[in-house]
Structure formats: C-alpha cells, structure tokens
Write a protein that binds this ligand. Sequence first.
Ligand SMILES: [Fe+2]
Ligand SMILES: [Fe+2]
Length: 128
Amino acid sequence: MEEFSTLLVAHGEAEESEVYGALKGFRGVDDDEVEHGSEEHTEGNKALLALLEVEDVGSEEWDERLEDLAKAVSHHVDEEERTILNGARENVSDERRAELGDAFQGERARQLESDCGRLENVRKLVHR
Ligand SMILES: [Fe+2]
Ligand SMILES: [Fe+2]
C-alpha cells in the first residue's frame, strides 16, 4: 500500500508542478480538462487518505475505501490519457513535450525520494 501511495502522489504532484500549468498555455489543450485533472488528483488524494486512515487493514471498511480509490484512480488515468495527454500529443511540439517529460520525471524522482506517500504528507496535500 505504501508503494502505491507513493507512486500515486508522485504522479499527481509532478504533473501539477511541471506539466499541467505549461499545457494550459497551448491552444488545442482544453483548459477545463486540465482543471478537471487537477480536481481528480485532489479526489484521488482524498480517497487515498480515507484508506490510509482505516486502522484495520483488510476490514470491510478498508475494502470499500480501497474500491473507491481504485475507481477514482482508474477513471483519472483513463480520462487524463484521452483528454489532456492526447491534446498535448496533437498540439505540442515533440521538443516541448520532451522538455515537459524530463521536468516531470525530475520532479517525480524528487517526490519518490522524499517518500511523498507517507500519511502525514498525504494529509498535508489534502488539507492545503
Ligand atoms: Fe494525473
Ligand atoms: Fe473525470
């Protein structure tokens, strides 16, 4: 669970800080879709926090929250791919996309290193 938490948070944080803002400047990338993606990162973090806060791992409550989280994440990943990232592929130059990809990977690595999926950090992100 810890590993999943870390990967999920690193994904959202790296996109928010390095990719989403940059993509908003491009025609052909729908700003509302980017906004929606941000909201879904927040929803994902909330669902993650709700799961991490269940004390009894494997309980019925834990199962339900895991399912909520899985749904939220798979919806986001699918929609992000079809809307934001496809928009970027069609409208942003290869060179600029490569730059954004590098910036994303760099921030993602920093997040992973800082153990971004730990409970206190997820709490902080949800309440910011
Ligand atoms: Fe995302
Ligand atoms: Fe959505």
